[in-house]
Design a protein around this ligand. Structure first.
Ligand SMILES: [Zn+2]
Length: 270
């Protein structure tokens, strides 16, 4: 049986309380963040890390939960929190019908993140208000179709869920559309902000420089894929040439995570 060590930390940046909890999977530690600001909680981490998140949940001051997308490492503790206190949870309108039902995920994801108990949710509007601020809900599909980013102009901050994660992404989920991800990054780039709060990278200063790096990385990848395709190479030859490293997650996830999903998206549109 795989033994996973777990750890947690609580930090505060520019008035945002956050907790980073980690499942130390041997060879690839997996961390996830939850954020608390102005009476709202943004994403809730995974149920596998509930014990690690508890001290933060007690310290956090909130009366509503806002969710960036329907993945188990973001919705994992909504049911627990709604049992503790009467708080609404807001999510993209396309996901509200899924939240009250059991959510099935592959075994490796159950081991790392755990199952998410059903919970009640309300559809997000284009804007919402917290105690002192007005927020904009920006549709940022790519990682998932229901993905949104929460923008707070007063704080100059974007809460980007899994839109960013890392500038040079090597593997993505089957359902991710890397070209939509790029369009969403370009969309948020046009807003006025400096800070980004990413659910896996945490607090990111000079956010626009990092976002630009990721857009340029995807541009470059697109160029390379299309060039190799013109030379007559197929999707697997292109993937093997551009991503020769056998990232363990590819085998562990039975290719649910793989660079091939980025190559396929580019070939299908390009
Ligand atoms: Zn996700």
């Amino acid at each position: 049986m795989l033994k996973i060590e777990k750890s947690s930390e609580i930090k505060r940046e520019n008035g945002v309380l956050m907790s980073k909890c980690t499942a130390n999977v041997p060879g690839s530690p997996m961390s996830v963040y939850s954020f608390n600001v102005d009476g709202i909680l943004i994403d809730t981490g995974s149920s596998s890390l509930l014990e690690e998140f508890k001290a933060y949940f007690s310290e956090a001051d909130f009366d509503a939960i806002y969710i960036t997308h329907f993945h188990e490492d973001h919705i994992g503790n909504v049911a627990y929190l709604q049992n503790q206190r009467d708080v609404p949870a807001f999510i993209h309108s396309s996901s509200t019908s899924f939240t009250p039902k059991p959510f099935r995920i592959p075994t490796y994801r159950q081991i790392v993140w755990g199952e998410s108990a059903p919970f009640s949710s309300t559809a997000l509007d284009e804007t919402f208000t917290s105690r002192n601020h007005t927020w904009e809900v920006i549709e940022t599909p790519g990682h998932t179709k229901d993905h949104v980013t929460f923008y707070n102009r007063d704080l100059g901050a974007m809460f980007t869920g899994d839109l960013f994660v890392s500038p040079k992404v090597k593997v993505v989920l089957t359902e991710e559309n890397i070209l939509d991800t790029r369009r969403s990054l370009q969309k948020i780039e046009a807003y006025d902000f400096e800070d980004m709060y990413c659910c896996h990278a945490g607090y990111v200063k000079n956010a626009k420089e990092w976002i630009r790096l990721k857009i340029e990385y995807i541009d470059e990848l697109e160029g390379k894929v299309l060039t190799l395709s013109k030379q007559g190479k197929d999707i697997y030859e292109i993937t093997a040439e551009l991503f020769p490293k056998p990232y363990p997650i590819i085998a562990v996830s039975n290719t649910e995570w793989s660079p091939v999903h980025m190559v396929r998206t580019i070939l299908n549109r390009g």
